[in-house]
Design a protein around this ligand. Structure first.
Ligand code: FJE
Ligand code: FE
Length: 302
């Protein structure tokens, strides 16, 4: 076969695993536990990805009122539910399998708190925005589990959060071009998934054990992040007797300077200074932060 046909899973140069990180639990927010892979000290930034957290939160722990500017947060629920409310009055609850793709742009102040008994689990990915898009109007894309595109083929199930797989496309609009695929492979299944050549891409294992890159490599278990090297696709195998579940995420690198101060991500120190000024003085997108507190924070008397 000649040329490239991304819809049929054809590619020429499989990507190998170049680095592996085990994400261990740490405390974030108020009493919440996250397994942070991207965004920790040894892996500050994997352009365009700033943070990948596998979070676990049980009331009264959570992520009360905090701001964001200059990037997007993508929250994908695995178990339980999280209620979010922001300073514009946007409020909602996302449950198992639901997705919230939030473009913070010039500024969001919000809370993200448990909405059910027991432990709420999910993934939160922070995707950087280009310098031209950092100050755009905030926007949400929310997709409930039943509306997330799914495809099944030869022992492989994919939920297409962003991008395309097995001929199925996600309706999510990505400002920084991104693919985000949730794969479940039955025992014996073999996946071949195209990835654009120039993109950075990683795998994060959620459940079971998988063989990635080369069929001879050792199996990788849950909570491991795998950075993929150059190439135009991923090969993965489930050689175990249990289900294998992992996400495959890829994005077009921005190649821009990065200055981060917590939840503010800009290109220069000047822009960060301006952002702190805007947040303290309720300007340039933070106007509504002046008189706002979340109902969650009021209820907890924070
Ligand atoms: C944040 C610390 C934080 N990972 N996963 C500092 F914890 C957060 C934050 C989150 C977060 C929220 C959810 Cl729902 C899931 C998360 C970090 O809110 F924004 C800063 N700045
Ligand atoms: Fe947040």
């Amino acid at each position: 076969m000649h040329g490239r046909d991304s819809s049929s899973g054809a590619f020429e140069e499989p990507r190998m695993v170049v680095r592996k990180f085990l994400a261990r639990p740490q405390l974030e927010g108020v009493g919440a536990v996250v397994r942070r892979s991207i965004g920790r000290f040894e892996l500050r930034y994997f352009d365009p990805f700033l943070v990948l957290d596998e979070f676990s939160v049980t009331a009264p722990a959570g992520f009360p009122d905090h701001p964001h500017r200059g990037f997007e947060t993508v929250t994908y629920m695995l178990q339980g539910a999280v209620t979010h409310e922001d300073f514009e009055g946007h409020k909602g609850t996302i449950g198992p399998g639901d997705l919230q793709w939030m473009t913070a742009g010039r500024g969001i102040l919000h809370s993200e708190m448990p909405a059910a008994q027991g432990t709420q689990k999910g993934l939160q990915l922070w995707i950087n925005l280009s310098s031209k898009q950092k100050m755009i109007e905030p926007r949400y894309q929310e997709i409930s589990s039943k509306d997330i595109a799914e495809a099944t083929e030869d022992g492989i199930k994919v939920r297409v959060i962003a991008g395309e797989a097995l001929g199925t496309k996600s309706p999510v609009y990505t400002r920084t071009p991104t693919m985000y695929l949730d794969f479940t492979l039955k025992p014996g299944a073999h996946l071949r998934q195209p990835i654009p050549m120039s993109w950075n891409a990683f795998v994060y294992v959620l459940e079971g054990e998988g063989v990635f890159g080369s069929s001879k490599s050792s199996p990788v278990t849950a909570h491991n992040l795998l950075l993929l090297g150059s190439g135009d696709g991923l090969e993965a195998w489930n050689k175990s007797s249990k289900l294998l579940r992992f996400i495959l995420v890829g994005g077009q690198p921005l190649g821009e300077p990065l200055v981060q101060f917590g939840p503010f991500v800009m290109n220069t120190q000047e822009e960060i200074d301006q952002t702190i000024d805007d947040f303290e003085n309720f300007t340039n997108g933070f106007e509504k932060a002046r008189h706002w507190r979340s109902e969650a924070a009021i209820g907890l008397d924070l």
